[in-house]
Design a protein around this ligand. Structure first.
Ligand SMILES: Cc1ncc(COP(=O)(O)O)c(C=O)c1O
Length: 475
């Protein structure tokens, strides 16, 4: 995909032939409905638990979030989009598009077709929008989520976000008081930890097996807290598909059990799902959103891993009372996500077949890399243990005979030209020793994989010997 921006004074001369907007040339036999199906066949709920009422959400909202009030100017911007040209407005703080120096923006797609923004459409794509998002994109996203997840009918809405990380940050502000307990996996995405530090939370890190977070362990932790009269968690953070770093996919039955625990022990599930389209065994597992009969799921979507990380294209779906608060955060924080990115996202989403074709090829691309890395790692059998990543971009490996990888990663490996992420990056206490490494297969060149594996095998052997000497005191 390439971009050309044409300035009004014509400094960039090369003019493109007009592109057919959204007329992608894909011819594929993908079953688009099946491709985008992230809901199960079973009934949503056995009726054991009642949906939350509007006032119930008050007990989840942090005191900091509760203090936010609507910005009048932002409300006027939303109003301006609703009334259109019917009124004379001396109200809005918007700049006049005529002063913007851009004339045309075109994006040509690798798979054929493209997008062209010019005239009023380009002006609109460069203008302020309501904090919730570009209204036409919101309409598209509502339909998209409905089609993909078929969420049970409770009042819910969507807000555009700057990627999933933004959503995590927003959820922490929405739910957490300093020192609050929070449920997550024993090893969790480092961006969660960075967000949480100022809250000094009590992390309830639940172990994972090959199918991800273990509900039985979660229940015993919760039951134990309850019986000891300890503060109960209000929020759980989970990556259901291709967990970072473990690569696990939580199966539907397990998701149902976890969802029931959320109802029984009264917490909200924050479902962060940026690897949903990178599920290598092509199972379409029901999302937590699709199970959410009681209004307990805040879902974070992001196209960073499959479309573009730099566009910062993401959105949050949440029960209406929570979404209203998230919008107030956005009013104060960034006014709204980048309009141009939103306009691009809108065009991408509005051609589902082209999108499915692209996503399928992204999945094939990464699957081939995952398999190549696993083949390259064959010589490490016996030196380390790992299970095949079911989804996502990472292989999570435990070294044998090495209690801590820190020195190896930041000294020996680095000096030999090999960069790795130590397990420390995924534990809340990053000073505790870790025998884990996370290997990313998304960008490393295929021909470099065997070289990296052979360096790694050598490094592990040396580290095993060094640690053995330290323990036995031999020289
Ligand atoms: C689980 C998870 N969530 C969120 C992010 C942040 O992604 P973005 O903010 O680009 O959507 C990442 C990035 O690696 C991730 O792995």
């Amino acid at each position: 995909m390439w971009v050309q921006i044409f300035t009004k004074n014509g400094t960039i001369k090369k003019i493109l032939e007009p592109l057919h907007v959204n007329k992608a040339k894909y011819s594929s036999n993908i079953d688009v409905d099946q491709f985008f199906k992230f809901y199960g066949e079973k009934a949503d709920s056995d009726g054991d638990f009642k949906p939350l009422e509007e006032e119930d959400y008050n007990r989840f909202i942090s005191s900091r979030s509760a203090m936010r009030e609507p910005a009048i100017t932002r409300q006027i911007t939303s109003l301006a989009y609703k009334v259109g040209k019917r009124m004379i407005s001396l109200a809005e703080g918007m700049p006049n598009e005529e002063v913007f120096p851009f004339k045309r923006l075109s994006l040509e797609m690798k798979g054929g077709g493209g997008m062209l923004f010019e005239g009023k459409q380009l002006g609109a794509a460069l203008q302020y929008v309501p904090s919730q998002g570009l209204p036409s994109l919101l309409t598209e996203l509502r339909q998209f989520q409905e089609d993909l997840h078929r969420p049970p009918p409770i009042p819910r809405d969507i807000m555009v976000m700057n990627g999933g990380q933004h959503g995590i940050y927003q959820c922490a502000e929405l739910f957490l008081e300093p020192g609050d307990p929070l449920i997550t996996t024993e090893y969790a995405y480092g961006g969660l930890h960075s967000t949480l530090r100022p809250y000094n939370p009590e992390i309830l890190g639940i172990p994972e097996d090959e199918d991800g977070l273990i509900p039985e362990t979660l229940e015993s932790v919760l039951q134990d807290r309850l019986s000891r009269g300890l503060k109960m968690p209000k929020m759980m953070y989970v990556i259901p598909t291709g967990s970072n770093p473990s690569g696990a996919v939580i199966p539907e039955e397990r998701r149902r059990k976890i969802y029931k625990l959320a109802c029984k022990y009264d917490f909200i599930i924050v479902e962060d799902d940026p690897y949903m389209f990178l599920n290598y065994d092509e199972r379409r597992v029901a999302s937590f959103l699709s199970l959410d009969a009681c209004g307990r799921v805040v879902r974070l979507d992001s196209l960073s891993k499959v479309v573009s990380a730099g566009l910062r294209a993401g959105w949050v779906s949440a029960p209406a009372p929570l979404l209203q608060r998230l919008e107030l955060h956005a009013q104060a924080e960034l006014l709204h996500s980048c309009t141009l990115s939103q306009a691009i996202l809108l065009k991408l989403l509005s051609d589902r077949r082209a999108l499915a074709t692209h996503l399928q090829s992204a999945r094939e691309f990464y699957r081939a890399r995952r398999d190549a890395l696993q083949r390259a790692l064959e010589p490490l059998q016996g030196l380390a243990a790992w299970s095949s990543p079911q989804a996502g971009l990472f292989l999570w490996m435990r070294l044998r005979g090495v209690s801590d990888v820190y020195n190896m990663v930041f000294h020996t490996a680095f000096e030999r030209g090999l960069m790795l992420v130590p397990g420390h990056a995924f534990q809340y206490d990053s000073t505790a020793p870790s025998p884990y490494l996370r290997l990313t297969f998304s960008k490393v060149k295929l021909e470099d994989m065997p070289i990296a594996a052979s360096h790694l095998a050598q490094l592990i052997r040396e580290e095993q010997q060094a640690q053995h000497k330290r323990v036995t005191g031999t020289q």
